[in-house]
Design a protein around this ligand. Structure first.
Ligand SMILES: Nc1ncnc2c1ncn2[C@@H]1O[C@H](COP(=O)(O)OP(=O)(O)OP(=O)(O)O)[C@@H](O)[C@H]1O
Length: 771
């Protein structure tokens, strides 16, 4: 009978050494003739990868390999108490290496290890130092989406599972099976058109999980394309890491994280985007991961972190992520959806949630999934990657034929049903609700509501600097606009060149000033696409809790000021002095101030539009439409007294910022000025008639004379503040009310919908295939 002994290698791994006592003397200690650098006999007590040494007849196996290779017949109760006792002292069973020194010993070792894994996986995961971590459990989790005509469509159906600190849970399944939806549901980020039922508990309690309590690497890489990799990560480090860390420490953390993700070669390359080639898609993926793991969050969601990466890069990235789960002695919970893990990557997963059309085909230890498929009649062919086999077996999007076993006679939907049924009949499935209940029972602490951060002031400064750099490097943001404005200003200056002070110049001045205050500022909507990109980044960073909406609004306002001043002063000077508008620096300064305020207002308006319609085309059309209406009722194209009173005069004319811009410009130009009439009277010589600016303002432009031009400027500045505040209110309101609306939508309905209550295992095949 074989005897098992344990040689602890490190805190995560143990060498299980099964020897026959009479054989031990056959194995000499370190032998000079042994050429294998990985032989455990030659490198006593070291940590080695899977290998073997023919000289010492030693085989070093990864447990997952061993488990995958075991036939069902070996699964008999053969518990060695010593093995189990030692296994419970280990943190990570799936990393055990087993050394079988004699082929004949393997079966005994297999039996013991098999028993050990089963017992441990089912009942005994209580890593003591993980109690600070985040335990996530979900039960009866259903997500539906309304599909217009025929009611609701189920996306996730009655899912149950858990994620524990120090573990990496992989969500796998064919494209469109609901991986991202499951991640979104767990992270509290489902879109508003979905309805979620069931229970998601964090540390055994219902807690809101969004805005800074977790980190989420989404499928799309929303990054600032003008920054280099180093800048993007470093700015992020400055925003997220607390002020208690010095600048150099933050820089060091950023550099280390970049290196961890293998981006050292691309550090100084710009990220790039549409039209500007920068780093590759896979590198962007890694930058996104870098930014989210900088703070070592306790709960990390990753949606397809390895898409766009080659197999080696995928392995390194995933191994770093898996290592992050247990770094610094702190258990972190990592949940990742993944498409095509290599067998090496697959071995890094602790648990696996395999989905098909929103139904769980398997939930349990990743190392036992292969065995589950074998036992269900779908063994993984030799030399095939198990994860490829799983996905191929349950992908029903394509017609295919199987070579082996039952699969040849069953449709894919039937295969899936069979697997689901088979899973539900396993002990593992019966144990999941017990484990969920056990996790919930253990009293764990509250989720940290906010990770420690840079102070508000630091965030404002860093964001302003980052936004300024972005605006500087993005040609489309301001530089192109400046060039077009200069061209337009030269056009205006030459068309209205030396306008003079005659009666005829009154109308010309009015038209020129109106054109500048409306059409020249109207073009500020050209920066909308760049702003929408900024909004996407803001949305991602806000959801991950990097900073808040107030810091974003302040920094966006401050960083835009120098550019808007430039865009107001240079073209403004050309359009002001070439036609010969009112002389005097104070008048020019006022003119530039109104231009600046109008541009700022248009930007603020577009900010509001972007918060409601975050789409280039729709946003530009909406913004242009609103401005078109405001220009129409501004009081120039139709004089204020001639505007129809309901709607057009009250309230539209009163709230249109163009009213105050026109009036301010007119007052600046005409107030206190005098114009001469040089027209000849019939039958006589020229009779110079004088008309004062105040008369022009009152009678020609019907301006409100109860307050000065400064009053108009003050209204414009007030409107800027109001628009930006309104933007904040919308963002904050969405933050506050979205969870309430979601909770309201997810309340138990009196009339249960068939889709939500459907039991996949018991539903007839034809009903399932409708899904
Ligand atoms: N908000 C939504 N509105 C409508 N349909 C939705 C919504 N969210 C998800 N779906 C649908 O649910 C299904 C699952 O989507 P999900 O993005 O979760 O799949 P996935 O497994 O992540 O796919 P992939 O691997 O291709 O990213 C898809 O058919 C998708 O169209």
């Amino acid at each position: 009978m074989a005897r098992a002994s344990f040689l602890p290698l490190d805190k995560n791994r143990v060498m299980v050494n099964t020897v026959r006592s009479n054989l031990s003397s056959c194995h000499p200690p370190s032998n000079a003739s042994c050429k294998s650098s990985k032989c455990p006999r030659c490198l006593y007590m070291q940590v080695f990868p899977s290998s073997s040494c023919s000289l010492h007849k030693i085989k070093l196996l990864k447990l997952s390999d061993l488990m995958a290779s075991l036939p069902r017949s070996t699964l008999q109760p053969n518990t060695n108490p010593e093995i189990i006792k030692t296994a419970f002292e280990m943190e990570n069973t799936s990393m055990i290496d087993i050394v079988v020194q004699n082929e004949s010993d393997q079966e005994d070792a297999d039996l013991n290890m098999k028993q050990l894994i089963r017992t441990r996986d089912i009942d005994h995961h209580q890593p003591a130092d993980d109690l600070d971590g985040v335990f996530l459990t979900w039960k009866d989790l259903c997500v539906t989406v309304s599909d217009g005509k025929s009611g609701t469509k189920p996306i996730l159906q009655s899912l149950i599972g858990y994620a524990r600190p120090g573990e990496l849970l992989a969500i796998m399944g064919p494209s469109g099976c609901g991986k991202s939806t499951l991640l979104d549901a767990l992270a509290g980020r489902l879109s508003s058109n979905t309805r979620q039922t069931g229970e998601i508990l964090i540390n055994g309690r219902k807690q809101v999980l969004a805005y800074g309590t977790s980190a989420y690497v989404t499928q799309d890489d929303t990054l600032m394309m003008t920054l280099t990799v180093r800048e993007a990560v470093y700015y992020s480090a400055q925003l997220q890491l607390p002020d208690s860390m010095s600048k150099s420490e933050k820089k060091e953390r950023a550099d280390m994280t970049i290196r961890e993700m293998g981006l050292q070669e691309a550090m100084n390359t710009r990220i790039g985007g549409w039209g500007v080639k920068g780093i590759s898609g896979g590198q962007k993926r890694r930058v996104s991961i870098c930014i989210e793991i900088l703070t070592r969050p306790k709960l990390l969601f990753l949606d397809e972190p390895t898409s766009g990466l080659d197999s080696a890069a995928s392995y390194y990235v995933m191994s770093r992520i898996a290592r992050l789960g247990q770094r610094d002695g702190i258990g972190r919970t990592v949940i990742a959806s993944i498409h095509q893990p290599s067998s090496e990557v697959f071995k890094l997963f602790h648990n696996l949630c395999l989905l098909s059309s929103g139904r769980a085909v398997y939930f349990g230890p990743a190392s036992a999934a292969n065995e589950f498929f074998s036992l269900s009649g779908f063994p993984c062919p030799t030399l095939q990657n198990p994860s490829d086999h799983f996905l191929k077996t349950i992908n029903k999007d394509f017609e295919k034929d199987f070579e082996e076993g039952l699969a040849g006679v069953l449709s894919t939907e039937e295969v899936i049903q069979l697997l689901i049924k088979s899973y539900k009949s396993t002990e593992r499935y019966q144990q999941v609700p017990k484990q969920v209940a056990e996790i919930c029972k253990q009293a764990h602490g509250d989720l940290e509501t906010k990770r420690s951060h840079a102070s508000f002031l630091t965030q404002c400064l860093v964001l302003t600097r980052r936004s300024f750099v972005n605006m500087y490097r993005d040609l489309g943001y301001y530089w192109l606009r400046l060039a077009i404005y200069i061209a337009l200003a030269i056009g205006l200056g030459t068309v209205y060149f030396d306008i003079g002070h005659t009666y005829a110049s009154i109308q010309a001045r009015g038209s020129l000033l109106t054109f500048i205050a409306s059409f020249l500022t109207f073009m500020a909507i050209g920066g909308f696409p760049s702003f929408v990109e900024d909004m996407k980044i803001f949305e991602r960073e806000r959801l991950n809790g990097h900073y808040g909406a107030v810091a974003f609004v302040i920094s966006n306002t401050l960083s835009a000021v120098p550019y808007l001043l430039l865009v107001s002063i240079i073209p403004g000077a050309i359009a002001y002095y070439l036609p010969g508008l009112r002389k005097g620096q104070e008048y020019f300064a006022y003119f530039v101030s109104v231009m600046f305020a109008c541009m700022m207002l248009v930007e603020s308006l577009m900010m509001l539009v972007a918060s409601i319609v975050p789409n280039y085309l729709m946003g530009i059309i909406t913004g242009a439409g609103i401005q078109g209406l405001m220009i129409l009722v501004g009081g120039f194209f139709r004089l204020p007294n001639d505007l129809p009173k309901p709607v057009w005069k009250y309230p539209l004319h009163e709230i249109a910022f163009h009213k105050y811009a026109y009036q301010g410009m007119f007052k600046n130009e005409f107030e206190g000025a005098v114009f001469q009439n040089n027209q000849k009277l019939d039958g006589g010589g020229p009779v110079p008639t004088i008309i004062t600016g105040d008369e022009i303002l009152r009678d020609t432009w019907q301006a409100e004379m109860g307050y000065s031009k400064w009053g108009d400027l003050a209204v414009l500045l007030g409107m800027i503040a109001f628009y930006r505040l309104l933007f904040l209110v919308i963002i904050k309101g969405t933050e506050k009310f979205k969870p309430l609306i979601k909770a309201f939508k997810s309340r138990p309905s009196k009339k249960p919908t068939a889709q939500v209550t459907v039991n996949p295992s018991s539903a007839p095949l034809h009903e399932e295939s409708k899904l």
